[in-house]
Design a protein around this ligand. Structure first.
Ligand SMILES: NC(=O)c1ccc[n+]([C@@H]2O[C@H](COP(=O)([O-])OP(=O)(O)OC[C@H]3O[C@@H](n4cnc5c(N)ncnc54)[C@H](O)[C@@H]3O)[C@@H](O)[C@H]2O)c1
Length: 236
């Protein structure tokens, strides 16, 4: 699969390098030219076990490239992961500035791209962000309708700095929020849950979106349909 990853910080760099190692073609995107230059030189912009060799191998095999050019990244890929920072704002709320900026630039790039495009939110964002913030921005900036010109999934990251590469391959949870009856959700689930990993989750659905987790080791799937609460609780 061809994937663009917006935000080359901890989450973005680890995801980029690990997905490239799994054979995907990955384009890392960031507003920092220093980070883009480092990746294109085969060097990691973050310090983490195993990440230096993974980035070097990904770049060396031509599976991982980096750019500041959003339009190119969108045109060359089918799926975009968003992993920009969401730091605490001075009033204690989550700052959504980078998220809002990045979905606006992705939306504008979608105007000129034929076909549909999948967007996966990996940053930590408040509940309801898809319905009240990111999907409306994407619709406004792209001129497309959610579900027609683009699809959107939530797949929050749970890695821990210090063991993030290991956590990528064996995440404590894999959560995916997707529209009800969205066939493409199985692609997102496949991509976000590497084979052989185990993730357990069960979350109530919210509005028109389903939230599910899957354990690929035991093949158990928790699928929550609209209006029903799943009996199990997420475990840490
Ligand atoms: N680091 C962790 O351990 C961890 C764990 C779980 C979840 N998260 C969440 O994942 C998200 C990313 O965290 P992180 O630690 O990787 O952040 P980070 O600060 O290390 O990296 C964020 C990157 O996004 C880039 N960026 C900002 N605006 C951009 C834009 N418009 N386009 C492209 N790139 C842009 C920044 O330049 C930076 O390189 C946050 O929401 C965080 O809460 C982080």
């Amino acid at each position: 699969m061809r994937i663009s990853i917006f935000g080359a910080g901890y989450v973005g760099t680890v995801s980029s390098a690990c997905l490239a190692a799994l054979g995907h073609e990955v384009v890392a995107v960031d507003v920092s030219s220093d980070k883009i230059d480092l990746i294109n030189q085969g060097r990691s912009p973050v310090v983490e076990d195993e990440i230096d060799s993974l980035v070097a191998q990904g770049v060396g095999r031509g599976k991982l490239t980096a750019t500041m050019d959003v339009a190119t990244a969108i045109t060359r890929t089918e799926v975009s992961f968003i992993s920009v920072g969401t730091p605490s704002a001075p009033d204690g709320r989550v700052s959504m500035k980078a998220v809002e900026e990045v979905v606006a630039t992705i939306g504008r790039a979608l105007r000129d791209k034929p076909g549909t495009h999948a967007i996966v939110m990996r940053s930590t964002v408040p509940p309801g962000t898809a319905e009240t913030c990111t999907i409306p921005i994407l619709e406004r900036e792209s001129g497309r309708k959610f579900g027609e010109g683009f699809t959107y999934y939530s797949n929050p990251e749970f890695l821990r700095e210090g063991s993030s590469v290991k956590d990528f391959y064996a995440p404590p949870f894999t959560l995916i929020g997707a529209p009800i009856d969205d066939d493409a959700a199985s692609d997102a689930r496949h991509l976000c849950t590497p084979p052989g990993t185990c993730s357990r989750s069960a979350f109530p659905c919210r509005g028109k979106r389903q939230v599910f987790g899957e354990c690929l080791s035991c093949r158990e799937t928790c699928l929550c349909q609209r209006g029903r609460r799943h009996s199990r609780r997420a475990r840490g």
